[in-house]
Design a protein around this ligand. Sequence first.
Ligand code: SF4
Ligand code: FES
Length: 249
Amino acid sequence: MRIILHVWRQTHAKSVGHFERYEVPDVNEHMSFLEMLDVLNGRLIEQGKEPVAFEHDCREGICGSCGMVINGRPHGPVQRVTACQLHMRSFQDGDEVWLEPWRSAAFPVIKDLVVDRSAFDRIIQAGGYISIRTGAAPDANAVPVPKRDADLSMDAAACIGCGACVAACPNGSAMLFTAAKVSHLGLLPQGQPERFGRVLAMVERMDAEGFGSCTNHGSCEAACPKGISLDFIARLNRDLIRATLGKSA
Ligand code: SF4
Ligand code: FES
């Protein structure tokens, strides 16, 4: 396959970026999208040119680092698939593919396709922990957790912190991410002591980081590679109201 790439090149956060056109003439349909970028970068290095900066780590859809906008969609054309799990068989010979970094004021561009997602880390730092002793692994069975809560908590814990929800949202809201993190601990008995303080602290941090408000567009859920449900935002809002009213609501 021959693929024509238009890649966003930007040397640093304050520089003006632009799209640059590259042809990758010998793409195998079984390559992952990132392997195709590796081939491009190998060529650029051979030619003495600057390779395209993009973030990656696990390359198996679990670390959340590989986010980029591919043809206008966070993580590309296949639903519930991260950019690293996307394969070139999802494209046609001769396709033109446009690559951009996440576009959000709270995620400034570091270089090319790499953005600074440390705002997410600071939201986690604000409340994404528990303080009680949970004992060793065998002690886990001593704390019964209703099956429904365990399943819901696991669904929320599937969030990999990639930021696609923010990139997809016209408001640049981080509500889906924050709701997943609040819910995965708030649904478990071990997460109860900090439950209401957690939601207040994490939402306060989210606002301070410059993320926009949620106005129920739903683009976040559609773009999320892990299928995190909007229901978690409703759950967060319920806890936020209870926390604001001193748990009396
Ligand atoms: S909610 Fe989904 S899109 Fe948002 S950070 Fe988590 S995994 Fe990524
Ligand atoms: S590189 Fe880890 S999720 Fe894509």
